[in-house]
Design a protein around this ligand. Structure first.
Ligand code: IVH
Length: 707
C-alpha cells in the first residue's frame, strides 16, 4: 500500500489547512512540494482507488493554487508536477494505444468573474484590443468517460478511453457496441481519409436510477453514480453487456484529420462550429440542442448561468459547461499548455458533493413488507436542494460502507439522481460513533423479519401489518394504478387514522358527508374527491390488476394478463404453465399471482370491489391494438423519399402504420414499397436497381392507404 492510514489522515488535514490558508509560513519551494504531495495523493485516491476524500471542488482549488504558484515561480516548475500531465486512470485490462494527438484536460472557472478574466486573457494572447469581441461556442461538460474514436476510409477502426491523455485503453469492440457511434461515416466525401474524434460516454440519469433500483432488489452492489457506471461500462469485457448498459456517446471535438496524402485537413474548417456541424451531418451525436454560438463573453456568461439553473432537468449528468474559442485560427494562436488548451475553459457548476453528519437511521416498511433503512442527516445544501433524508437501500449497503451513527459522511446528489451516501469517513471518528443495528422485528407490527437468500431486503411477512396495508392503499390510488386525482398519501394516512380505511375496498365506501365536515375539507373538496373516486371505478382491468400490489406484477405484465381474461376472477384457476405461455410473463410473477388468488381475503376483496361498482372486467382498452390482416398494406415495409406534397413525412408514416405497414429507413432487399415525392434521388435509383421494390407515387399511396 502506498500510504498508511496515519499518513493519509495527515494529508487530508494538510489539504484542509491549505484550503483554509492556515499553513505555517514556508519557503516557496516547500509550499510547492507540499501542494504537489497532497494533489498526487488525492489523484491516487480518486483515479486509482475510486475513493476520493475531498470534493472535486476542493481538489480543483488545490490544483489552481499549485498552478498559480508555479506561474509566479516558473523556475521552480518540475517535470513531475501534477500540472504537467493529465491524471492517469489506466488499468491493465486492455491494451494501451497512443492517441494521434494528446487528449488534454481543461482549465476551470466557477463564476462570471473567472469567465471575464478568461476572455481578457484570450484577447491578450491574440494581441487584440480589450474592447474587441470574441466568438465562443458553449456546450455542456458531460460527466462521463472520455473516449477517442478513429475512422479510416469511412470505417470505425478504433475506440480508446482517454487514459492519461497521451495513451488510452483500446476498446474498439465496446465502442462498436455503443449505438450512438456510427460504424461508418462518409468522411471521404469531405476529403478526409483518417480522423480522430473526441467525446464523452454517458448514461441517462433515469436509466441509471432504474438500473440501481433493480440491483438493490437483486441484492447486488449499487453503482456509485452515473459517471462510474459509464466509465465502468466502457471497460466491460463483454461488448454485449456494453450494449445493454444504455451508454450514449456525445462527440464534442475533432482531434485530428488528414486527407489521402496524409496531409492535415483540420485547417479546412474555419471554426470549431463548422467541424461539429459536419459531424452532425454525418449522424454523430453532437450536442446540437444544448450548445450555443455566443457573440461575446457576456452571452457566454448568461448561457452558462442559465444552464446552472436548469441542469437538474437535463437527462444527463453534467458538471459544468465548456467554453471554446470558435475560430480555429485563433485556437492555434492561443496554443496549449501540457495540461490544457488555452483557448478553452470549463465553467464548473456549484458543488454537488458535501459532507454532513449521520444522525440516525429510520426504517420504512414498503407495500410488500421490505424494510428500507433511511438515513437522517444534518440538513445539507447539495446542488441547490436541502437534503436531510437519504435512502440506505438495505442492510448490505450499510455494512459494506461501514456506516455508523455519528459518522461524517460524504453525500452526493447529481441532478435528479437520488441523493446517496458515497462513503463514511472513518478517519474522522472520535470513538463516540455507534454501529447500526439492523432491526430484527418489523418497526410497525413487531413481526419477526425474514430474508431469503435471493433477496437483499429484510421483509415483514405479516400481510395485515398496518404499515403495509397503508402502503398498499397509497399504491392503489397512485397515478399509474387507479389514478385517483387528488387522493394521496396524506389523505390515506388521515382517513386511516380516523378508522375509515381498513382495506382497499373502504376507499370506495367513504362517507363524503363526514369528509366535508373535516377540518381543511368542505363540500367542494369532498365532492371533488367523490368525482375522482367514481371516475376510477371505470378504470381498465389492467389498472386494477396493477393496483393490487402483487410482487413483481408491473404495468406491463398487468396489461398482458388483462388482454387474456374477461373477468379478474378467472385468474383464480390459472396454472403456472398458463401464465408462462404468455410471452414476457415469467414463473416468478406467475407464482406471486397464484399466491394472491389463493388467499380467501383477496378473493373477498375483489368481490367487494365489484359490488361497490369498481370495474373488474376486461374493457376495450385492455385489448391490444392490432392492425387487422385485412389492412390494405398489412405486413409490408415502406419508405418515403423526396418531398411530399399533400402531407408531412410524419403524417405519411402514421398513415402507413394505420394501413398495416412498417416504416423502415433504408432501401434494401427488405423493402417492399417506396413512395416517391418530388425530387426523389438516390433512394429511387437504388430501389429501381434492386428491382424487387414496388415504387408508387404519393397519390397512389393515398388511394391505397385509404381503401
Ligand atoms: S473539450 C481540448 N468538451 O472534460 C479540449 N471536454 O476536464 C478538451 N468533457 O477530457 C476537452 N464534456 O473528457 C470538452 N463538451 C466537452 C466536454 C469535455 C466533457 C470532458 C473531457 C475532458 C474533460 C476535461
Amino acid at each position: 500500500m502506498k500510504y498508511n492510514k496515519e499518513s493519509q489522515r495527515d494529508l487530508v488535514d494538510l489539504s484542509k489547512l491549505i484550503l483554509a490558508n492556515k499553513t505555517a509560513k514556508l519557503a516557496i519551494e516547500d509550499q510547492l512540494s507540499q501542494l504537489k504531495k497532497v494533489i498526487v495523493f488525492h489523484e491516487w485516491k480518486y483515479s486509482i482507488l475510486n475513493d476520493p476524500v475531498i470534493s472535486d471542488f476542493e481538489y480543483d482549488q488545490l490544483f489552481k493554487k499549485l498552478e498559480a504558484l508555479e506561474a509566479e515561480n516558473p523556475d521552480l516548475l518540475t517535470a513531475d508536477s501534477p500540472t504537467q500531465r493529465v491524471s492517469n486512470d489506466l488499468t491493465n485490462d486492455f491494451p494501451t494505444v497512443d492517441h494521434l494527438v494528446p487528449m488534454l484536460s481543461l482549465a476551470n472557472s466557477y463564476n462570471a468573474e473567472d469567465l471575464k478574466d478568461f476572455d481578457i486573457q484570450i484577447k491578450k494572447l491574440l494581441l487584440l484590443p480589450e474592447a474587441s469581441e470574441i466568438e465562443y461556442t458553449v456546450e455542456p461538460k458531460f460527466d462521463g468517460g472520455g473516449i477517442s474514436v478513429i475512422f479510416e476510409n469511412d470505417m470505425l477502426v478504433r475506440g480508446a478511453t482517454r487514459g492519461n491523455g497521451v495513451a488510452g485503453e483500446e476498446m474498439t469492440k465496446n465502442a462498436k457496441a455503443i449505438n450512438s457511434i456510427p460504424l461508418k461515416a462518409n468522411f471521404s466525401e469531405e476529403g478526409i481519409r483518417k480522423v480522430e474524434l473526441r467525446g464523452e460516454v454517458v448514461i441517462r440519469k433515469d436509466v441509471f436510477n432504474k438500473m440501481n433500483e433493480e440491483r438493490a432488489r437483486e441484492g447486488l452492489a449499487l453503482y456509485a453514480n452515473p459517471r462510474n457506471t459509464a466509465t465502468g461500462g466502457l471497460r466491460l469485457k463483454d461488448p454485449k453487456e456494453v450494449a445493454k448498459r444504455g451508454l450514449v456517446a456525445f462527440i464534442y471535438q475533432i482531434g485530428y484529420a488528414e486527407d489521402k496524402d496524409g496531409k492535415s485537413v483540420l485547417q479546412n474548417f474555419e471554426t470549431h462550429h463548422e467541424g461539429i456541424e459536419l459531424l452532425d451531418k454525418l449522424k454523430f451525436n453532437v450536442p446540437v440542442k444544448e450548445r450555443k454560438l455566443c457573440k461575446n463573453i457576456d452571452e457566454v456568461i448568461d448561457f452558462c448561468l442559465g444552464w446552472q439553473e436548469k441542469r437538474d432537468n437535463y437527462i444527463y449528468e453534467i458538471d459544468g459547461m465548456v467554453v471554446k474559442v470558435n475560430s480555429l485560427e485563433f485556437q492555434a494562436k492561443c496554443g496549449a499548455t501540457s495540461h490544457h488548451p488555452r483557448w478553452a475553459i470549463a465553467f464548473k457548476f456549484r458543488a454537488k458533493q458535501a459532507t454532513t453528519k449521520l444522525l440516525n437511521v429510520e426504517y420504512q416498511v414498503g407495500k410488500i413488507g421490505s424494510i428500507t433503512p433511511v438515513a437522517k442527516v444534518e440538513p445539507v445544501a447539495l446542488a441547490g436542494v436541502t437534503v436531510s433524508s437519504i435512502s440506505l437501500h438495505n442492510e448490505e449497503f450499510i455494512t459494506s460502507k461501514d456506516l455508523r451513527i455519528g459518522d461524517t459522511v460524504l453525500v452526493e446528489r447529481a441532478g435528479d439522481v437520488i441523493p446517496y451516501i458515497v462513503k463514511s469517513m472513518p478517519d474522522l471518528r472520535d470513538g463516540s460513533e455507534q454501529v447500526i443495528d439492523f432491526p430484527k422485528v418489523c418497526p410497525s407490527c413487531s413481526t419477526e423479519l425474514v430474508k431469503s437468500e435471493k433477496e437483499a431486503a429484510w421483509r415483514c411477512t405479516n400481510y395485515h401489518c398496518d404499515a403495509q396495508v397503508m402502503q398498499r392503499m397509497i399504491h392503489h390510488v397512485s397515478k399509474d394504478a387507479m389514478n385517483i386525482d387528488g387522493f394521496g398519501k396524506s389523505y390515506i394516512e388521515r382517513f386511516h387514522q380516523l378508522g375509515w380505511l381498513k382495506t382497499i375496498a373502504d376507499i370506495y365506501r367513504l362517507d363524503y358527508k363526514k369528509i366535508a365536515g373535516l377540518e381543511g375539507f368542505g363540500e367542494r373538496s369532498a365532492t371533488n374527491l367523490k368525482k375522482a373516486i367514481d371516475l376510477a371505478k371505470n378504470n381498465t382491468l389492467q389498472r386494477l390488476l396493477y393496483s393490487l400490489t402483487i410482487h413483481h406484477l408491473g404495468k406491463k405484465v398487468s396489461s398482458l394478463l388483462a388482454a387474456e381474461i374477461k373477468h379478474v376472477a378467472e385468474l383464480k384457476n390459472w396454472t403456472t404453465e398458463k401464465f408462462v405461455d404468455i410471452k414476457d410473463v415469467g414463473p416468478v410473477v406467475a407464482e406471486n399471482v397464484i399466491a394472491f388468488f389463493e388467499k380467501e381475503e383477496n378473493l373477498q376483496l375483489l368481490e367487494e370491489l365489484e359490488s361497490l361498482g369498481v370495474n373488474v372486467k376486461q374493457t376495450e382498452d385492455d385489448l391490444p391494438k392490432m392492425v387487422s390482416e385485412d389492412a390494405p398494406l398489412f405486413g409490408k415495409t415502406i419508405l418515403f423519399t423526396g418531398t411530399l406534397q399533400t402531407m408531412s413525412r410524419k403524417e405519411a408514416q402514421a398513415k402507413a402504420v394505420a394501413a398495416g405497414a412498417k416504416n423502415i429507413s433504408a432501401v434494401s432487399s427488405n423493402l417492399n414499397i417506396l413512395v416517391v415525392g418530388e425530387k426523389a434521388g438516390s433512394k429511387l435509383k437504388k430501389a429501381q436497381a434492386l428491382g424487387t421494390v414496388q415504387v408508387m407515387t404519393e397519390e397512389d399511396f393515398q388511394k391505397i392507404a385509404s381503401s
